[in-house]
Design a protein. Sequence first.
Length: 558
Amino acid sequence: MKSASTSFLPIRRAALDPLTLDSRPSLASTVAFEEPTVEGAPWIVTVEGVPTSRVSGAVVELLSAMDGRSSVRDLRKEVAPDEPEPQFLTLVDRFQQSGLLEGTQRKSAGRVVFRAPLTLQIATLRAPAMFRRLDRIVRPFPGRAGLIVLAGLALLGSVAAIIQVSDVARLLFSPMPLLQLVVVLVVLVVLTLIHEGAHGLALTRFGGRPRRAGFMIFYLTPAFFVDVTDGWRLRHKWQRAWVALAGPAVHAVIGSAFALAALLASATDLQQLLLLLAIACYGIVLVNLVPFVRFDGYIALMSALDEPNLRERTKRDGGNWLVHLLYGGSRAPKRLNRWWSVPFGIASILAPVCLVIFAVMRIAHALAGGGLVAGVVVLSLEVAVLILGLTAIAGGLRRAWRVGVSAWRFVLVNLVIAATVALAGVWIVVPLTATAGFTVGEDNTVVIVQGGSTEDPIPDGARLTLLTNGVMGSLPVGSSTYEARVPQSVNVPLDALFPVKMHDVDVPATAIGVAHLGSDPGQVPSSGQARMELGNVNLWQSLWNQAVAQPLAGLLKR
């Protein structure tokens, strides 16, 4: 039996009783098999009619033989006599962990589904009928010729974006007009709906059934989704890959259209809006093609390789490799027999963590000078991410312990890791900074402001860097020395505190000090972000200041 053909979705439930060679497994009544559509193709395993994997005929024979009367030892002699007993027992255990055996069935996805760590889905179950009607509407449009035209449009749009790269950079590091931000968000919501519709349409066109469709919160981001699990029924792997890539293709083509329109636009505001839309579309394409998270790029890769549940299997391989490296013990057999299984699995473990941390950092940056409400939002996100991170670490340690590693080595290695992290946080020295906003007043005097009430006082003479307050980042535009003043209430432009701007709209803030630019302000904008250097501290102190002290400052002073 080939291990690559025997992979199933794992179930998330309390630990199951381990199987032994004397156990008598029984196939769940909800499991069924669909024969290959062409000779030599894999069989499809379904649970309550939902495809879960593509397997070999030998696996189907083994599963069909599990009638609750034959022991695992007898099944091995009957179906796979050449398979060593430990490997065969591991295979049967995987069937149990995947919910294919009686008493371990997985609950089928319904209208509301939560998937750890940060995915909540709210769906309609009438998606198949919806997409059949939609397919009848779009069927008259040109097929291959239309695809060639769209591919040409995408190529021309990419060239147009490259030509405007300097304008793109300027927009990314500048505050966005509030009205344009609203327009971009509305357009992106509509495009996300079209993106997901393209997945469902492609699957329907190839003969599949999109089972569920709806709205979800995915890693702190609202989005739409379409369940294309039925794609495993498709005959050719290129069809399954195209179903996955249909969504990013929509964003790529529409983003290219925006980039071309921006190149031809004469009005500055219109060009800026079109470029922002193009940037957003291209960014969504790039993120969607990351293969280490369950995005479209991963689905396409899994389909092209014809390796079901690629990410779950490689994560197990990567986790088993780490457990063996750290704690010793026997080496678990690989779930995916490819040389890159372990590094791909480790990357799949780390990638979601990096995405969540990046999202929280961007939100914290955008709200850095926003006062009490902004601080509470940032702190709440940080607490949620911390809880999820600690839960994941505890789960990993629990799984490592269950594989039967040496108790003394398990404790010793964990103590060494904890001590190393603690000492590294003490020894690593980083600069401590405070973030505020600024606005340029008369005589090129820079007024330093904070949202809401004042935080801890910033000492006179602190080195100060002025930056743009951009939607994706900040660029230094000047430097000076901070002079503390008696705090007083003022009104400042919106982009002094947030990476958005709106003409003639001011927001309340607290002026805490000033800085002087001299006779030539250079390229310093009228308002932006200010960063004061407060000396050097160790890493733990810096993290506490940035993640806890600053967001809490406004709350503690109330």
